[in-house]
Ligand binder design. Structure first.
Ligand code: EPZ
Length: 418
């Protein structure tokens, strides 16, 4: 197990540049399968989930090149329709490749992605949408085989505004015969980024960012170059790292309009925030005010920020409440914070957090990506040493996390596991 060794107690001060969005890069890389041409992507974060996606694209037959934040994908030769099971298990969100493979080849095979550390993660909404598009689904031995002669545009209403299902169904509909209308669609900014990318390739998608998305089928797509949007969750993580250390930060290469719920809650907690076109300035108070957080689909408070925001509330002046409405087990980080002196009571989807003046250093264990980031910023608050184990989870979604924090005054070193 590789771990962070954190000597906490320092205020974070200075400037940090945000990387490209993990959750926008993944569907856009999947979408590159559709064109059969060359896709050039810029501002792609150098993280493990991108590595896994590149491996899957290579197994499918794509020719891929990566040069720091620039990725080139030539999908002219797709030789396989199967998402490798091991890679699917390593990154369940690779299910979003299915829509692109089916859109291109009219068939796809993949294994059930299975649950993960934050919940069961079913894909029923994806599969029901595929069926509405005229795609046959056979499930056998944990594998799902999708096939059809042609994809017919359809009206699809999502039971829940699932981000992945919205993305998958857009990708499967790009070459459909006729028009597809997805209602109760997810409205996350990453879906707008996917629409902008697809339309630059020659697709006809409209309505992303609203709850109704219309895709008019086209016959072909073309070469494209595209710059991925900034990562709003990474930006929120750095704002929270500053908030829990009474710090003062400037964040650049960020889209403040993607972060309204996070900024609004930080202001409620007493942070002074100014926003520019692509930057945010924040001065944290000596001690945060308590608040209430309810995670909701966008534009509500993002579930990915719940563990991180819950962590800063453990040091607030009073009692806060957090309700997690999206995933059924996203509080595993709380037990680790209790080892650091936090006072958290979790009951099903609700956490009641009684603020303490300061957390205490301890050895803790990350169990998922955002929970691992949360434990790391908890270590920044404690004056004693904190060890965060299993940082592999964190490296999946944060580029140069420790380096960026150290540039702001943190003292984090990495101890390689045996
Ligand atoms: C995306 O996951 C993100 N991942 C998640 O970020 C994020 O937490 C989530 O959206 C919500 O915003 C990527 O974009 C790669 P969902 P996704 O489908 O698409 C239920 C991170 O930390 N559901 O919107 O899997 C599901 O169980 C990750 O970066 C069904 O019931 O999320 C969950 O309760 C974690 N059936 C809820 O919907 C389905 O068919 C939201 O899931 C699909 C989903």
């Amino acid at each position: 197990m590789t771990k962070y060794i954190i000597e906490g107690g320092n205020r974070l001060e200075g400037c940090v540049k945000i990387s490209g969005s993990k959750n926008s890069s993944l569907p856009i890389m999947a979408a590159s399968i559709l064109s059969g041409k060359t896709t050039k992507l810029y501002n792609v974060p150098n993280i493990h989930d991108i590595e896994i996606t590149l491996q899957i694209l290579k197994v499918l037959g794509c020719n891929v090149k990566k040069n720091s934040g620039k990725i080139t994908i030539d999908s002219s030769k797709i030789e396989s329709n199967e998402i490798p099971q091991l890679l699917m298990r390593e990154m369940r969100s690779s299910v979003i490749m299915a829509g692109a493979i089916i859109g291109r080849l009219k068939n796809a095979t993949f294994s059930y992605p299975g649950g993960c550390e934050i919940g069961s993660r079913p894909i029923d909404i994806h599969l029901n949408g595929f069926k509405k598009l005229g795609i046959n689904i056979e499930e056998e031995g944990g594998f799902i085989r999708c096939s059809c002669d042609k994809i017919k545009g359809a009206k699809i209403h999502l039971d829940f505004p699932s981000v992945g299902a919205t993305e998958n169904l857009i990708l499967a509909s790009v070459f459909a015969e006729g028009e597809t209308i997805i209602s109760n669609a997810a409205m996350e900014p990453e879906i707008i980024d996917l629409q902008l990318f697809l339309n630059k390739m020659g697709a006809k998608v409209e309505g992303a960012g609203t709850n109704t998305i219309i895709i008019k089928g086209v016959k072909r797509l073309k070469d494209v170059s595209y710059t991925v949007m900034p990562d709003r969750i990474e930006a929120g993580t750095f704002l929270c790292a500053t908030a829990i250390t009474n710090g003062n930060i400037q964040i650049t290469n960020v889209e403040p309009t993607h972060m309204t719920p996070i900024i609004s809650k930080l202001r409620e907690c007493g942070c002074r925030i100014k926003t520019g076109k692509d930057e945010i300035f924040m001065q944290a108070p000596k001690r945060l005010n308590p608040t209430q957080i309810k995670t909701m689909p966008y534009p509500g408070f993002p579930t990915d920020m719940q563990p991180i925001f819950g962590t800063i509330l453990t040091t607030a002046r009073g009692t806060s409440m957090v309700i997690e409405n999206i995933f059924e087990s996203r509080y595993k980080y709380a037990n680790e914070l209790i080892r650091m002196g936090a006072k958290i009571h979790v009951q099903e989807r609700t956490a009641v957090i009684k603020g303490v003046r300061r957390l205490k250093g301890a050895e803790v264990f990350a169990t998922d990506l955002r929970g691992g980031a949360a434990l790391t910023i908890a270590g920044l608050n404690a004056k004693e040493q904190t060890k965060v184990n299993n940082i592999e989870y964190i490296l999946r979604g944060y580029e140069n996390f420790d380096k960026k924090l150290n540039n702001l005054g943190a003292k984090i070193t990495i101890e390689k596991g045996e």
